[in-house]
Ligand binder design. Sequence first.
Ligand code: DQA
Length: 143
Amino acid sequence: MTSILILNGPNLNLLGTRQPEVYGATTLADVEAMCRAHDTGFDISFEQSNHEGVLIDLIHAAKGVHAGIILNAGAFTHTSIALMDAIASVELPVVEVHLSNIHAREAFRHKSFIAPVALGQICGFGAQGYLLALDALKGHLSH
Ligand code: DQA
């Protein structure tokens, strides 16, 4: 079975209670359950870390294990050249996800260091974005 990694960055462990007017009431455990219930046929590893280095280590470890990555890098999206380099280094397809529409928010959220090394970006659809990303990755990997 094709294995993929769904990786979540800082503060996403607080989903459900964190600014629900922005991020919704869905918890990260709910997101994980939705992804596992989504009929993609993927074997899913679901991880979250608040630490940039841990996220980088998980991306490195994905090479040779997972066929692709769905990444919500949280605020590191807007700051981390190191995460961008990690993605470029492992040469795995990455779908960038954000619950909120980062382009409709503060100017500092418009910049993504992930986008140039991602297959594409899905944002603004709340938790459903993870399911859209699963479908996008499935379509990409089946070509
Ligand atoms: C986020 C958007 C980021 O700007 C923010 O820092 C987050 C969450 C989102 O899912 O909408 O932590 O990635």
